[in-house]
Ligand binder design. Structure first.
Ligand code: GUN
Length: 283
């Protein structure tokens, strides 16, 4: 078997066009959805992510604010900035790019963001809402992965979904979203004993471990849908995922490439969450 390649770029374009229609409808009512992105410090990867988030907003005609604070910003100053944006009616979505510098308590920061503007879905209230089936904002990367499956025609209900990775940003919310769509879900970690026993039984396999090429073709069930959330830079400068694409594509039914798979969807769902937040505040 040669897998169908899930084209994240093309699907992201399609989804963005759908959300642009909703954003334009709000603008016709005098409401421009607005996103504020705060970055603290100079982490090069974070700077690229933040620039791309702001650019995606501009492309859809959204209002965006890029707040770059120096690495030595105090926790109190950051919390004050968050409070200001929580109260700003032009802003419907607010996020602080992670990780924050070590002298700042990341949990305190996430707790300070208004749950009504928490477009990353990281506030404990929104984590709880997802866990209890009352989702308000789904975290963007797992939400985007779910949309990739849906748009590719992969059926989820009743299927065995295995998520490798249990981070708060990807693995845990991914498992909850799949459960919400009636999959039977197993969560594994890089420490799972006999990991292949689980992955070989997966109809849907989502991998988010940050370990380059750790899932190989012999660990995948024939015809499975494989979503590779990993993005790793190799010694030769090339990017690769957590799945060994070459061997996996011979076995899988569907597979996302790296780059060009999940990546373009993450920012798309951030825009979607921002527009949705503006819709809610507009009533
Ligand atoms: N750092 C890595 N991924 C993310 C994300 O989705 N949101 C935020 N705020 N920071 C991140």
């Amino acid at each position: 078997m040669t897998a169908r390649i899930i084209d994240g770029k093309a699907i992201a374009q399609e989804v963005r066009a759908e959300w642009k229609i909703r954003a334009d409808a709000l603008k016709a009512r005098g409401i421009t959805p607005g996103l504020a992105v705060i970055i603290v410090g100079e982490d090069p990867a974070s700077k690229v992510y933040v620039a791309n988030k702001v650019k995606a907003c501009a492309e859809l005609g959204l209002h965006s604010e890029h707040i770059a604070l120096p690495a030595d910003t105090s926790e109190a100053a950051l919390l004050a900035k968050i409070a200001e944006l929580n109260a700003d009616p032009k802003i419907h979505g607010l996020l602080v790019q992670l990780p924050v510098p070590k002298h700042i308590d990341g949990d305190k920061v996430l707790n300070a963001i208004s749950p009504d503007k928490d477009v990353d879905g990281f506030h404990p209230i929104n984590v709880g809402a997802l866990a209890t089936g009352n989702m308000r904002f789904a975290p963007c990367t797992p939400y985007g992965s779910l949309v990739l499956l849906q748009k590719s025609g992969v059926s989820i209900e009743g299927k065995h979904a295995v998520v490798v990775g249990r981070s708060n940003i990807v693995g845990k919310p991914m498992a909850l979203l799949l459960l919400q769509h009636n999959a039977t879900v197993t969560i594994c970690t890089s420490k799972t004993v006999d990991l292949a026993k689980y992955t070989r039984d997966a109809d849907i396999l989502v991998v988010a471990t940050g370990r380059p090429k750790m899932i190989t073709g012999d660990m995948i069930k024939l015809g499975a849908a494989v979503i590779d959330v990993g993005i790793n830079r190799m010694a030769d400068g090339k990017l690769c995922g957590d799945v060994d694409f070459e061997s996996a594509k011979e076995v899988a039914g569907w597979i996302t490439p790296v780059p060009g798979g999940v990546g373009p969807m993450t920012i798309t769902m951030l825009v979607a969450n921002t527009v949705q937040s503006a819709e809610r505040s507009a009533g």
